[in-house]
Design a binder for this molecule. Structure first.
Ligand SMILES: *Cc1c(COP(=O)(O)O)cnc(C)c1O
Length: 220
């Protein structure tokens, strides 16, 4: 099936409150344009340099989402245009994004990445670290140009649906807990969870934003 057919099929099954991020990492601009031409406007990339090159070449009404691990020293390249940074996993990074956002006179929305999987390899905050960041942010006036608008997580890479459901449900409970907060730099409305293999389950568990790559663009 074509990229356009894949995209339309997925979109036709999504509940209204769920936003689809088309994960286009490693794919050429021509593939992204196929998706663009049937109305897709949100694209997710995991490398800043690749995202910046695509941003330069593509129409400017696209929302670019950084979904990968972010290195502080590269934040400056995406601050001018990035719409949402999904993978924030330290206070240091949050402060660096804020510093550059001030410099560029921008306001940048971010999601905190929470570690929910059983594997050792995935990035993200544990619950203690997550809580520390929320405590800091609530009582801090220096983070003027960055706003935490949600949480992001990746489930274990497993066929075990019960395990995945457990991890997603856990993330949703953290999301509900911190959604009570309502400060100038902290207002949660986005729960980014679910990829090609598990987005249906993620939606059942309360996801509001799914990040789908291979089911749209084919394998990488
Ligand atoms: C690559 C990637 C995705 C998309 O994965 P698919 O299995 O191709 O849908 C989603 N989220 C993150 C963080 C990724 O790196």
């Amino acid at each position: 099936m074509s990229i356009q057919e894949n995209l339309n099929n997925i979109k036709s099954t999504l509940p209204e409150q769920v936003t689809l991020v088309a994960v286009s990492k490693t794919k050429p601009v021509s593939d992204l344009m196929e998706a663009y031409n049937v109305g897709q406007r949100i694209f997710g990339e995991n490398k800043i340099q690749e995202m910046t090159e695509k941003w330069q070449q593509m129409p400017k009404d696209i929302e670019w989402h950084m979904i990968g691990h972010v290195q502080s020293n590269k934040v400056k390249y995406m601050v001018p245009y990035v719409k949402l940074i999904h993978g924030v996993d330290s206070l240091k990074l949050l402060k660096e994004i804020n510093r550059l956002a001030i410099k560029w006179r921008k306001h940048i929305n971010v999601l905190l990445q929470v570690y929910i999987a059983e594997e050792e390899t995935k990035f993200g905050l544990n619950e203690v670290e997550l809580d520390e960041i929320f405590q800091f942010v609530q009582n801090d006036d220096s983070l003027t140009n960055v706003k935490i608008t949600g949480l992001m997580g990746m489930a274990s890479f497993t066929e075990n649906k019960d395990q995945i459901r457990k991890e997603f449900t856990h993330l949703k409970s953290l999301f509900d807990k911190y959604s009570q907060l309502n400060t100038h730099n902290c207002q949660l409305n986005t729960l980014s969870m679910g990829m090609s293999s598990d987005y249906k389950l993620a939606i059942e568990c309360g996801s509001t934003m799914i990040r789908v790559g291979s089911s749209i663009f084919g394998g990488r």
